[in-house]
Ligand binder design. Sequence first.
Ligand code: SF4
Length: 456
Amino acid sequence: MDVALILTHRCNLACGYCYAGEHHKTDMSPAVLERAVRLLFSDGAPRAQLSFFGGEPFLAFDTMKRAVALARGQAQALGRELVLQCTCNGSVLTDEHVRFIRDNDMKVTVSIDGVREAHDLNRPCAGGKPSFDQVHRGLRRLLDAGARCDALMVITPETAPYAYASANFLWSEGVETIRANLALGEDWTEARVGLREELVSIGWELLARRMKGEAVSFKPFERGLRSLDPLPAAAGPRRDKVVVGTSGHLYPCAPMVGEDRDDGPEARLRLGHLDDGPEAVARQVRAQGVGCDRGGKCECAAYLETGDRYTAGKMGRWYGRVSYEIGQAVAEALARQPAPPPSPRRRRVMMGLTAIVGAAVGAPLLASFLADDPEAPRPCRLRTRKDVAPYPDDVPIPGEMSAPLDEPEITPDGAMEFGPPEPPPEPMIEGELVFEPEPPPPPEGEVVDGDFGEAL
Ligand code: SF4
């Protein structure tokens, strides 16, 4: 079972959209920690991921070190595989933290909203000062040390105009994978059209970078990108996950923990408590846990938008669908890339072969040989299922809105094209959040129902 630990409710930042609620000085106690780590392999899984979340988890670094040591001991004793992951704000990272991350091969996701203008709109330090420089320094430390590091952007209506610049900035810094959540509690009525344009621009940038051979990824597009995979998506083994609050209460996903209050809305989302014992916890997680890592809907996004984990909101569904369409358009553009030229050595061999076998037989052979040339340079390549490790690299991180909330309904005329020069048309999807265009004014002099104008 994958286990995410809320190590502390303390944080040095005061992000406007923080779903951890009010920060209070509550840390996970050693007793809770020990019992939480024991859940990891309690369901017999051959591998399990231990994640750290907060608050800011590096403010509880000693607790984190203890958890890693306990989990490693367990994995070793049982002969199982352990994967480590952490989501942090990057601003308090020291050389010691970075060494620890690297030495333990821990995957890190740094919350950074992109360029300074976007980041500093919503992620100030607790005292009100901007945090961009500190966060950027932490990110650079990780990248320079060669740590496995993703970025997590939260896009709000105010930062939406910077979404493309932010993605481009993060890729240029050396981050390969960008995760991007929307602040779903906000009013997107005005900003939605602009966001779509930004997302299309990110699609263009992704396409250009992949054509140059860069292994960049914008997570919301991934499902659309894989829609053309020649191999069917492997279902993968069922993997359960649970989030443990500092109190020992258990939750399906990190955004649902909130302040972990008995009198808050989070109390009704609980799956139980560590006191229930590992077997009862495993049963409960299996019955009521979230299944987004198995292609299910993203329940934390639904919860953040509608207050009900089972009822998806319109904006989340819109984001899932638009991201899917852009990902699919990028995949189609990549698949249309012309075949790469053969290497000079291959060309010489083929010329000799062609002369011997004769033009009639040689031409089709040549074509198939060139197509299969393993040495030919490939400027870009569609990711196939074979290239995608189903585990652990595709595991959603705690709190990530990773899956589209609905199966996209792509209308024939709604699919986006990346063909220049015209921007893609706005898809009109029935019953969805669509801005109806203004009807054109009637031709001059024409009588319209109820209009007693000049014609009279
Ligand atoms: S860094 Fe994370 S925990 Fe801290 S205030 Fe921001 S969103 Fe909340």
